[in-house]
Design a protein. Structure first.
Length: 208
């Protein structure tokens, strides 16, 4: 059971989910939805920054809501809700075209399962996991609503080459960053930033 828990936790890690998001964005761009892919990546990046900011706020200043047992947003829950529904919508859109957006439901179900997993095994409280999950849903909603029923790779010359280049550049940067995150550097960077800005010598301990 312990190995299974570690595996599921790893699959929801930024080092896995961010490259997956990059792959989806690249596919959307090649499917003629470069603008949509670009907007999604921007929303995705903002969601990641908000999660990091919530963790830094707690580490440096103790910003929390003890009334609802909240310390910081769950990154795993946010990533699952931001990526899985879009992945499902992209892969199953051809098979489940009606009603609109129905192809995203399996991915949404996976994100809910990740939320339940995080709470059940004590990685996060319900408020932290739910907050991250809702943030991820906001990031993925635009793609789910606007994506054509069956996106497929396109060689349409009308797709702006500049947009594709920007998408490719952004995906490359984020993909490389995911390798950095895989070694725990992301958490260390957030902690260092929180300590530097708050003037503390050590982060506030995570309370449960």
């Amino acid at each position: 059971m312990e190995k299974l828990v570690k595996l599921v936790a790893y699959l929801g890690n930024a080092s896995v989910m961010i490259p997956l998001a990059c792959g989806i964005a690249a596919w959307l761009a090649l499917s003629g939805a470069a603008g949509l892919a670009w907007r999604w990546m921007l929303r995705f990046a903002v969601a990641c920054l908000l999660v990091a900011a919530s963790k830094a706020a707690y580490m440096g200043w103790g910003v929390a809501l003890p009334e609802i047992d909240y310390n910081a947003l769950s990154g795993h829950a946010m990533l699952a809700a931001a990526v899985f529904p879009v992945l499902s919508r992209t892969m199953l859109g051809r098979m489940i075209a009606h009603p609109a957006g129905a192809a995203a439901l399996p991915g949404l179900g996976l994100s809910v399962a990740m939320l339940a997993f995080l709470v059940h095994f004590g990685f996060h409280t319900l408020s932290e996991a739910l907050g991250g999950w809702l943030l991820g849903c906001i990031a993925s909603l635009q793609v789910i609503r606007r994506l054509p029923p069956a996106p497929h790779a396109s060689s349409d010359p009308s797709i702006p080459v500049a947009s594709l280049r920007w998408i490719a550049a952004a995906c490359t940067v984020i993909f490389l960053a995911s390798g950095w995150l895989a070694h725990g550097h992301g958490k260390t960077w957030i902690e260092k930033a929180a300590l530097h800005l708050s003037g503390r010598t050590s982060p506030i301990a995570w309370k449960r």
